[in-house]
Ligand binder design. Structure first.
Ligand code: GDP
Length: 215
């Protein structure tokens, strides 16, 4: 039987990757969520493959720093993510970069004001994925935690900061489909299932495009 293409869901811990995965599965009861924390520094890459969905889901940590782990371990994990994507990028039809809307200002301000020489890890991750011509969707999750006013303010801040780093972010609804020109984002709430319909439509579209190219 033919291999199913994979959907990559990537982001730091606690941003909502497991919650989004559950929303995409037809049978979430079989999904046990996290398989427990990795005790060592070896990255556990376990695809979720259910018979009733036409793609696999692979959940990877982002380039960020988890509070609990040492910097050395984080660098080691990052190297493994990089080599995994270098080896396996062709099997991915779409990558969802998940970020927590409440963490955006913190992360970016830290880099932006304290050290203009380095780039925020989220941008580093996005630039890395685009090198492989992997279509990306940035999911700005947990929007239910903010008022509309604050949500729009932070999204504007994200778009403006991205420009400084040469990334052109555009809302999924305005995106024309050329990933070399812009990177789409979607404001999202896994808790309230906000924009889940739009997410499913775009995943299906990308899956169909990928299959067409395969033939
Ligand atoms: P992961 O570590 O990236 O897989 O994150 P999880 O899916 O385990 O979510 C981490 C925590 O955030 C859990 O307590 C979730 O219930 C919560 N969470 C996930 N998505 C949302 C969301 O859209 N809104 C809110 N308010 N909480 C969320």
């Amino acid at each position: 039987m033919e291999e199913k293409p994979s959907l990559l869901i990537i982001g730091n811990s606690n941003v909502g990757k497991s919650s989004i995965t559950k929303l995409l599965l037809k049978d979430a009861s079989q999904f046990k969520g996290k398989i427990g924390k990795n005790p060592g520094s070896t990255l556990l890459i376990k695809p979720i493959d259910q018979k009733n969905i036409p793609y696999k889901i692979i959940d990877l940590p982002g380039f960020g720093y988890a509070k609990s782990s040492s910097q050395r371990r984080e660098i080691h994990i990052k190297q493994q993510i990089v080599s995994h994507i270098e080896k396996n990028h062709k099997q991915y039809f779409y990558s969802l970069v998940v970020i927590n809307i409440l963490r955006i200002e913190d992360e970016f301000k830290k880099y932006f004001y304290d050290n203009k020489e380095t780039i925020p890890l989220t941008f580093e991750l996005i630039s890395f994925l685009t090198e492989f011509s992997l279509p990306i969707l940035i999911i700005i999750n947990k929007i239910d935690k903010l008022s509309n006013f604050d949500k729009n303010k932070i999204i504007k801040f994200l778009i403006d900061t991205s420009k400084e780093y040469g990334l052109n972010l555009i809302h999924l609804e305005k995106f024309k489909g050329d990933y070399s020109e812009a990177i789409p984002f979607l404001d999202f709430s896994a808790l309230k299932k906000q924009n889940l319909g739009k997410l499913k439509v775009t995943i299906n579209d990308l899956l169909n495009n990928y299959k067409k190219l395969e033939i």
